[in-house]
Design a protein. Structure first.
Lengths: 225, 257
């Protein structure tokens, strides 16, 4: 019995830095995706035609390529050629972020388009410019509507982050693999890793549910627009 | 400002959607404090006309002047003119994520750049004017249609406009709620607000308007004061149209559809 608990404790201690790396990776990339996704969505709905087309191409490429392909392309190709950095964490966060941005832009675009035209009309009739109306009237509504769909990005990025072990990011899976090769206990160790992922996922779900509750507005977003 | 000076001049407005000509040259002038009511069958361009005045719809031809300044072709200065030309919509279009008071103050803060305390004070004052001060902290979804429309009138009033455009303000309301909105509008007219009103409320038109303009097929066909319309049989089209809605009684505020 003590053997088992000692084993679990030792495994967790070994994997702990990996948990930190995984969570950092997820947080950085989800924020990068947010920073890109909202402007891209606005551009796709309100921008001039060439800009809309450009964003469309971006989304098409980054949603159309497998994660691992993008990681290899950036880690072995684009980053070395541009001489930016060879830090696998930076490459991984960039790739996951760029890819998440493509997905997030479409979540926000759908939310913006679901808002009745009257909101923009009323804002303009009061003398707001289009950018002012977007910022003060459209986005506060769209972001609320987007939140349930947007919160999917967390479990998606969390599970996707495991692939980054392939370019040498020392995240949960990479640390687990190292430990397996040392202890020859694959079942136990990968099971522990799996439980960690599930618990991280659960924590995120709870967090997003809290946020959703906190920013909710009576009667808003219940389909009665 | 001289008594015969026009606050708003609308000259020869044309608008077509593809082959369909919605407005075929509409002109009229408005003096300060006047209430002009536009009536006529659906689809004759009344709402389009209002939207052409504040350029929410761009007319193909024709010009609009507010205090002798051209509103049409004014570029980004249109945002200045729109502060001076309030608009009230059939479906209220309250900002769904903001409470009543914040609906009224948002443009004061973001467009007029008033400081928070002054904007709040002004917003509450306008809500009081439409009898909605007790509902200041309620969201649009918590208001009845009549209440929502009164808040939207307060929102327009808060900008201190020279003229307010009412685009079928009671068409989405049942008769009981219609009355409370018309009451607010009557008060505004009495207080000297300049108003253009598109409506099917004939007793409102007959009791409040300085002039009733009858539109059909994109043109003003007949126009006259309520007294003229009531008494002069030569207002044939308008009298027939009004007769479909109500008896030619006094405008008692009681409507029957």
């Amino acid at each position: 019995m003590t053997d088992v608990s000692a084993f679990i404790v030792q495994t967790l201690l070994y994997l702990a830095p990996g948990i930190v790396v995984t969570l950092s990776l997820v947080i950085v990339s989800i924020l990068l995706g947010l920073l890109m996704g909202v402007p891209m969505a606005v551009g796709q709905v309100y921008g001039p035609k060439p800009l809309r087309a450009l964003i469309g191409v971006y989304v098409w490429i980054f949603r159309g390529l497998p994660n691992l392909v993008l990681l290899f392309l950036f880690f072995f190709g684009i980053f070395p050629i541009l001489g930016i950095t060879d830090d696998p964490f930076v490459v991984a966060a960039t790739v996951l972020g760029l890819r998440s941005g493509a997905y997030q832009s479409q979540i926000f675009r759908g939310a913006i388009q679901s808002i009745g035209e009257g909101q923009m009309t009323a804002a303009r009739s009061l003398g707001m410019s289009t950018p002012q109306a977007i910022r003060h009237i459209i986005l506060p509504q769209a972001l609320r509507i987007a939140l349930p769909g947007w919160s999917n990005e967390y479990p998606i990025l969390l599970t996707d982050s495991a692939v980054c072990y392939a370019i040498g990011v020392a995240e949960i899976l990479a640390k687990s693999y190292q430990l397996v090769s040392r202890t020859a206990e694959p079942m136990a160790i990968f099971l522990i890793a799996a439980v960690i992922y599930i618990l991280l996922n659960y924590g995120g779900m709870r967090l997003f549910a809290q946020i959703e509750k906190k920013i909710s507005i009576p009667g808003f977003g219940k389909g009665a627009l | 400002m001289g008594a015969d000076k026009y606050i708003l001049r609308v000259e020869d407005i044309h608008k077509a959607y593809g082959d369909r000509e919605v407005l075929k040259g509409v002109s009229f002038n408005v003096r300060k404090g006047e209430t002009k009511v536009f009536i006529g069958p659906s689809g004759t361009g009344k709402s389009t006309l209002l939207r052409c005045i504040n350029q929410l719809t761009l007319p193909d031809q024709g010009r609009v002047f507010l205090n002798d300044e051209e509103v049409t072709n004014s570029g980004t200065r249109i945002n200045y003119f729109r502060q001076k030309i309030g608009m009230v919509f059939q479906n209220f279009y309250l900002f769904d994520h903001l409470t009543a008071v914040r609906n009224v103050e948002v443009a004061l803060l973001k467009v007029k750049k008033m400081d928070a305390a002054a904007a709040r004070e002004k917003a509450l004052e306008e809500l009081r004017r439409v009898g909605m001060e007790d509902w200041a902290d309620h969201y649009p979804a918590e208001l009845s249609g009549g209440q929502a429309q009164r808040v939207s009138i307060a929102r327009a009033l808060a900008m201190d406009p020279d003229v307010i455009l009412f685009d079928e303000p009671t068409s989405a309301l049942d008769p009981e709620l219609t009355r409370e909105v018309l009451e607010v509008m009557k008060n505004l007219a009495r207080q000297g607000m300049t108003m253009l009103v598109v409506t099917h409320e004939m007793s409102f038109a007959l009791s409040v308007a300085n002039e009733i303009l009858f539109m059909e097929h994109g043109k003003i066909i007949e126009r006259g004061t309520p007294a003229q319309v009531r008494e002069d049989p030569s207002f044939e089209r308008m009298r027939k149209f009004i007769g479909k809605f109500a008896d030619f009684g006094e405008g008692s505020g009681k409507e029957d559809d």
